[in-house]
Design a protein around this ligand. Structure first.
Ligand SMILES: [Zn+2]
Length: 182
């Protein structure tokens, strides 16, 4: 996110970028380790998976000797204009009660890119760093309903399990208020 902000110095024309490498077989099987450039200790596959959700993925195929055979890139990073549009819709992290504003949020693919989820505003929502990394384990559920994000809280938060469409975006809140008044 910092690399994409445009406020950092560039290296050879490209923003400084965090590079995490992982074997495709390990990501698929769920067993193995990932590596962060410049850090000797390996990191867990979860770290690689979460970074893959917000970053660009470049797939490199090598032969048994290590010769590079194929380079593929996939369009899984939300463009700046998509990011601004999502920020206008969601306001900030969409988990109710979370106060993290949009400029500090990441965009989460509601349907994972690896499962065919498009890099489209109808499939991207704002989550803060903490909620993005814990969304699979803390009981919050997110779905898109006609292009609008809906959230269902864990049992301790809402025993009725109702889906809600949260936003903290001032224009969105004003629109909703007006609809209610009319
Ligand atoms: Zn949050």
């Amino acid at each position: 996110m910092a690399a994409a902000s445009g406020e950092l110095p560039t290296l050879g024309g490209a923003a400084p970028t965090l590079v995490v490498s992982v074997r495709a077989e390990d990501i698929a099987s769920g067993h193995g380790q990932a590596h962060v450039e410049g850090i000797a200790e390996p990191v867990t596959l979860d770290v690689a998976r979460h970074i893959a959700c917000t970053g660009a993925v470049q797939r490199i195929v090598t032969d048994a000797r290590g010769r590079i055979r194929q380079i593929e890139t996939s369009d899984r990073v939300f463009a700046h204009h998509q990011r601004r549009a999502i920020a206008l819709r969601d306001g900030g992290c969409i988990i109710p009660g979370c106060r993290v504003r949009s400029s500090w949020c990441e965009i989460h693919h509601v349907t994972e890119h690896a499962r065919g989820g498009a890099t489209h505003t109808d499939n991207g929502v704002l989550l803060c760093w903490f909620h993005h990394r814990t969304i699979d384990s803390v009981g919050w559920k997110i779905r898109m309903n006609g292009g609008v994000p809906e959230v269902r809280g864990p049992y301790w938060w809402d025993a009725t399990g109702r889906w809600r469409a949260p936003t903290t975006s001032p224009p969105q809140l004003r629109d909703r208020l007006q609809r209610r008044v009319q």
